[in-house]
Structures are given as structure tokens and as C-alpha cells.
Design a protein around this ligand. Structure first.
Ligand SMILES: [Zn+2]
Length: 440
């Protein structure tokens, strides 16, 4: 029986109990009371994001948008007559979380005030949700409209991917200015603050240590975690010593060393490698293979693809920047694996959202690249659910533990066998409600 009505469930359960119409075993069902007003997905293999791994023939019980519990049907079947969503043969996972995206700053290849709108922000959150990304930590430079969308989103009826924001990327030029800039930024109530410390390949002055130390200290005085965009090993270490709460992107100049590993492990600080960010800097010099991928084309804008194949646009993806990041990509992957193997938590993040960094699809590309780099599919899933949420301090998401929001994806294939099976999306649920994709 599909789409059960909560009231029906209540009546059936009560009738079972009052009339004693079924076997003693069913009357004694210890969970019977907990099914009242609940919605149940039964028969799937469920990977909750907790250490238990994949639980075959399990049931997910949801009430008021939250997970009540997941339990094994082999131990005790559902009471007879109780309505449920039959998801036999499917695999349920928690909604995926992008720990480093950007929302509302671009539309297609355009950026700037002309494309800033609440509608654009919501469209992008629908795009993420279409691909199973049910939460996005947007790390900087969002328009004010993104804050309005975030603040108006009902956590019990989200309708599109949940959103957390960092606001303007801070760039003070002195320790004194740092305090003022942070005090100003916190007025918008960002979830995070963000700085960028590198010299943008020689295009500007790198942020001096005394400045980022002051920004980080000021952020913490306002109880805001701070994410740091960095490129070099020296900056990564300096930022760690200064107390940064996240390393954004990869170390791309040298192999990471034990000093950095120890600094990260000491405070359990995470990294968002954003491997697809590197790809996006050079891949459009020619027509990328994924322009033929049906999974990408589901939600792609033809006009944008056409633009990206024009000679003058392709030319922008050649040159020294493109060369630098293309050459840095293998090292970025190796460094991700060194940190991961040393016990540093990696949070799946993509830097999607700026022009030609395709939200939703790039997360799947990122996860495939993480497997290519050496992580197992399950390690990548942990990175994209439990770790992404925990690393970013996102409450009540990232696993299907009791009490969490029932944000989940129903897949028709097992992603623990192949990460590509994450593409086999049957349905996406946000707080237990089916997400109606505009692309399906
Ligand atoms: Zn970013």
C-alpha cells in the first residue's frame, strides 16, 4: 500500500489491539504504539550513516518529519494490515550534504546583482535536491536574498535543500580592520564566516598571518566558526595554529606532512577537498565528456552548454591558471588520501555554484573522484553525510539516527558496491515529504 494516511495507520493498529484479530505474536508487537501517526518505508536495505553499516530488509519509521527509528524486519515483521511504502529491493541513504557549495551568486554563466533573487536561490536548492543533495553549506559571497530564503525555510517543510550560509568572504587589510569587518558581518547572522588567504596565483597580496589570526579570534569572540580558503601547506598550518574551524579546498603546492596532520587531529578539524573545483578551471577548454552524460543532461540548461562550447569561451579555460590547477589536481587527490588515512575527517564539498560549476551534478562527480583517489564508496558516503554534517556543525541532518530530520534518498541500486549507483535516484524526501523535482 502506498501513500498511507496516518489516521488509517492509527485505526488499523487500534483495531488489531482491541479485537485481538491476529496472532498473539502480533498482539505483543513491542513497537505497535510507536507506529501511531507514523509513516513507514519498509523492505529496503537502509544505510543510516551510523556505524551499523547496511541493514537489509529494514523499516524506516518517520513521524512529524523526523526519524523515529530504523529497525530490522527479519527480527520482527510489521504488524499485519499496517500501511507502509513498499521499498523492497531499494536502498535508502541519508540525504547527501555538500559541505562547501555556493548558492545564489550566479545564474548560468552570469554573475552580479542582475541575477540575484530569491527565486534563483530556490531554483538552485531544487537543483541540489533533484540530485539527492538535501543540505548545502554555502561558503561565501551569497546575495542578501539567500539569507531571506534561509530564514523563511520551514525546517519541518523545507521543500528544497536546506541551506546554511557564510555571507561575504572577509578580506580586511589589518588586524584592526579585522575586528570591524567581523563585527559587521555577524549582523546578517551567518552560520559560518569565511576568509580567503592565498594570493590568487600572484594576482593580489596573500593575507598576512597577523590579519587572519585577528579575523579568526574575532569570529570566535562572536561564536562563529570560520572557514579558510587556502592553497599552500604553509597557509594550512598557519591557519590551523590560528584556530580555523575548517580548511576549505586542498593543499595544492606540496605533500601534506605530519605537522599538519597533527594540528588537524588535535582539534579534529576537517577539510573539504573540492576536487571538482580544480576540474572546472580547465575542463571547458574542450567539450567535456560529461556533456553527453544523461544524468547531467537531466537538469542542464542547453543555452549554457552551447555558450561553454564557443571558441572564445573555451579560450578562457586555457592559460596559466588552468595549467596550475590541472597540474595541482593529482596532488590534491593524494593529499586528501594522506589526510584521510591519517584519520583526518574529509567532508564532501565541491565549490559548486559559481559559473560552470554545476550544482547537484558536481557533487556526484566529486564523489566519483574521491573513489578514484582511493576512498571506498562507503567512506565517500560517510564523507557526504555524517562527516559533512558534523564537520559543518549542521544540526539534525547527516544520518538517519532517531530524532534526525527524515531527509533521505531512495536508490534503486546499492552505492556501497559502486559510487555510481548514487545516480539511481528513485525519490528524494525532505522531512519525510516527497520532493517534487522540476526535472523529473
Ligand atoms: Zn568556495
Amino acid at each position: 500500500m502506498k501513500h498511507p494516511h496516518a489516521l488509517t495507520a492509527l485505526i488499523l493498529v487500534s483495531a488489531t489491539m482491541l479485537l485481538g484479530a491476529c496472532s498473539p505474536e502480533q498482539e505483543e508487537h513491542p513497537l505497535v504504539g510507536t507506529f501511531e501517526d507514523a509513516e513507514i518505508w519498509a523492505g529496503a536495505s537502509i544505510w543510516t550513516g551510523e556505524p551499523a553499516g547496511l541493514r537489509e530488509n529494514a523499516a524506516l519509521v518517520v513521524r512529524d518529519g523526523r526519524v523515529v527509528f530504523v529497525y530490522d524486519l527479519d527480527e520482527r515483521p510489521l504488524p499485519e494490515g499496517i500501511p507502509y511504502h513498499d521499498v523492497s529491493g531499494k536502498v535508502i541513504i541519508p540525504g547527501l550534504i555538500n559541505a562547501h557549495g555556493h548558492v545564489g551568486m550566479a545564474r548560468g554563466l552570469e554573475t552580479g546583482a542582475a541575477v540575484h533573487s530569491e527565486d534563483n536561490v530556490r531554483d538552485q536548492l531544487r537543483l541540489y535536491a533533484h540530485y539527492g543533495i538535501t543540505g548545502v553549506a554555502s561558503l561565501g559571497d551569497e546575495p542578501p536574498e539567500a539569507f531571506q530564503v534561509r530564514d523563511r525555510q520551514d525546517p519541518a517543510r523545507p521543500h528544497y535543500a536546506r541551506l546554511w550560509l557564510a555571507g561575504d568572504v572577509l578580506n580586511p587589510d589589518s588586524p584592526e580592520a579585522a575586528r570591524a569587518v567581523v563585527a559587521d558581518a555577524v549582523h546578517k547572522n551567518p552560520d559560518w564566516l569565511k576568509i580567503r588567504v592565498d594570493d590568487q596565483l600572484g594576482r593580489r597580496e596573500a593575507m598576512p598571518g597577523e590579519v587572519y589570526e585577528a579575523v579568526i579570534e574575532a569570529s570566535h569572540d562572536h561564536d562563529k566558526p570560520l572557514a579558510s580558503h587556502m592553497v599552500t601547506l604553509e597557509d594550512a598550518k598557519g591557519l590551523m595554529r590560528a584556530g580555523t574551524d575548517l580548511l576549505a579546498h586542498s593543499v595544492r603546492d606540496r605533500p601534506v606532512d605530519q605537522v599538519l596532520i597533527d594540528l588537524m587531529r588535535e582539534r579534529d578539524i576537517c577539510i573539504t577537498p573540492t576536487l571538482t573545483r580544480e576540474v572546472s578551471v580547465f575542463v571547458y577548454a574542450e567539450r567535456p565528456d560529461f556533456f553527453d552524460d544523461p544524468f547531467f543532461l537531466e537538469a542542464a540548461d542547453e543555452a549554457v552548454l552551447e555558450q561553454l562550447q564557443r571558441e572564445e569561451v573555451q579560450a578562457r579555460f586555457r592559460g596559466s591558471d588552468a595549467d596550475y590547477y590541472r597540474e595541482a589536481l593529482p596532488l590534491a587527490k593524494e593529499n586528501m588520501m594522506r589526510l584521510h588515512r591519517a584519520g583526518v575527517r574529509v567532508a564532501m564539498g565541491t565549490d559548486s555554484g559559481p559559473p560552470a560549476r554545476f550544482q547537484g551534478y558536481f557533487e556526484h562527480l566529486e564523489m566519483a573522484m574521491m573513489v578514484e583517489a582511493g576512498m571506498t564508496p562507503e567512506e565517500v558516503l560517510i564523507s557526504a553525510t555524517r562527516n559533512a554534517a558534523a564537520c559543518m556543525g549542521l544540526p539534525e541532518v547527516g544520518t538517519l539516527a532517531p530524532g534526525q530530520w527524515a531527509d533521505f534518498v531512495v536508490l534503486s541500486a546499492n552505492p556501497l558496491i559502486s559510487i555510481d549507483n548514487l545516480r539511481e535516484i528513485d525519490a528524494v524526501y525532505l522531512a519525510g515529504q516527497a520532493f517534487e523535482s522540476p526535472y523529473r
